[in-house]
Design a protein around this ligand. Structure first.
Ligand SMILES: *Cc1c(COP(=O)(O)O)cnc(C)c1O
Length: 428
């Protein structure tokens, strides 16, 4: 496999960019290599600067759920670009996307658009504190909620991959009101609630996707909803990854719970920088200009991004690929398990709709501690095996693979063959 141009760009990029990347998850440090530089993408495929073709199971870490370059999205974006990029004033499309989002999430009467998942989360922290007049927040070990100071503790994938316990530059004051609980362990939440009467909110990924894919047990997630409600604590459900991924709407609905505040990102912007937070009327009344909680943004609700979001969601709704996602994810799961067994390798697969994750361990993974017990050396070999066989997955054991709606039967066959070769290569 020729990666000469990627190597050259990596060398050049290191001079002017930090590690030649603009987000650490894009570095290949945990899989012992240099990042690939991408040039273009179309449908289910992505092409690097050396012309290598891959089936894309990264999909920009989620947003490209209908594949790359969907013609309806391209048309909508080009049409908006010809009319203007940004006005610093309201546009009709912001209302249209807001209505689509509120219709899809029963718990949301109103929504505010921002520019990233991180921004949605940091706004939700402020909103929860403003609404409850309390200061503490609970998060779960291994859940990632963007890089805002208060939640940058025990924060999953990017950090787990780099083995950084938190982050330099986060003052202890910024995290002193953050309490850590254990995913799938309701007693760890109850303990905080019994010991602290100043909790504004509990933040959770409804299906964790940043310590690898970890599903919540039914009892855990329902009990979490119940005890937070009883204690007057807001439940903030971070659907930045899960939103629109396993149904048109949120994972919370599939799990049978409803958030007080929901955060979105990734899919909702169709590949452009959009985040969102929303809640029922009485909570959203707190947000400026209606209420006293200030939050603003020069490019928030950007017209080009709104056009991309609307057309992506319309297309997603029309295609309704969710049954297909389940079927294809099941095929990938079986391929992974069969190949692992064939080669005597311990493997567990966890999946939720279009999110799939092989863990190199024999045990079911239910929390961050168990996720970290995986054999990452095996993952590294497997990763390069897939790359060499034309399948692009995230360069980390702790990131989900994503499926897009335009994966063909031929793509699926290629993925299965690549899994077989890569798994066989682990023992060599
Ligand atoms: C990606 C992600 C974020 C952060 O979103 P950015 O757009 O990268 O800031 C927050 N929460 C979850 C669950 C995510 O997967």
């Amino acid at each position: 496999m020729n990666t000469t141009k990627s190597q050259e760009l990596y060398k050049e990029g290191q001079k002017h960019l930090v590690g030649a990347v603009n987000s650490p998850v894009r570095a290949f440090s945990s899989v012992g290599g240099n990042p690939l530089f991408m040039e273009k993408a179309s449908g289910s495929k992505i092409y690097d600067v050396d012309g290598n073709e891959y089936i894309d199971l990264v999909l920009s870490y989620g947003p490209m759920i209908i594949g790359h370059g969907n013609t309806k999205v391209v048309d909508a974006v080009q049409n908006q670009v010809s009319k203007g990029f940004t006005f610093g004033a309201s546009t009709a499309n912001e209302i249209k996307l807001a209505k689509m989002v509120c219709d899809a999430f029963p718990g949301m009467d109103k929504v505010r658009f921002v520019n990233s998942g991180t921004e949605a989360i940091l706004s939700a922290i402020r909103l929860a504190r403003a609404f409850t007049n309390k200061n503490h927040i609970v998060k779960f070990a291994g859940c990632y909620h963007g890089h805002t100071d208060a939640l940058l503790v025990a924060a999953g994938s990017g950090l787990a991959t780099l083995s950084i316990p938190g982050s330099a530059g986060v003052p202890k004051e910024a995290v002193q009101n953050t309490l850590i609980a254990e995913y799938n362990d309701i007693d760890s939440v109850k303990k905080h609630i019994s010991e602290c009467d100043d909790i504004a909110a509990v933040f959770i990924e409804p299906v964790a996707g940043n310590m690898g894919v970890v599903l919540p047990s039914d009892a855990f997630i329902k009990e979490l909803r119940k005890i937070t409600k009883e204690a007057g604590i807001l439940l903030v459900i971070d659907e930045v990854m899960t939103g629109f991924r396993s149904k048109f709407g949120g994972a919370q609905e599939l799990l049978g719970i409803e958030a007080d505040i929901t955060c979105l990102g990734k899919v909702v912007g169709g590949g452009f920088p959009v985040g969102a937070y929303g809640a029922r009327e009485e909570i959203m009344q707190m947000v400026s200009p209606l209420g006293a909680m200030y939050q603003a943004g020069t490019l928030s609700g950007n017209p080009v991004a709104m056009a991309a979001g609307i057309s992506t969601l319309e297309e997603l709704q029309a295609q309704n690929p969710y049954d297909k996602f389940n079927e294809q994810a099941a095929i990938i799961e079986k391929a992974l398990l069969d190949a692992a067994e064939e080669n005597g390798i311990d493997l567990t697969v966890s999946r939720f709709g279009s999110m799939v994750n092989p863990f190199f361990t024999s045990k079911t993974v239910t929390n961050f501690t168990e996720a970290q017990e995986c054999d990452t050396a095996k993952f590294t070999k497997f990763f390069w095996g897939l790359i060499e066989n034309g399948v692009y997955i995230p360069p980390s054991q702790f990131e989900a693979w994503f499926l897009c709606s335009v994966l063909s039967d031929e793509d699926m066959e290629k993925i299965t063959n690549a899994i077989n070769s890569a798994m066989a290569g682990i023992n060599n």
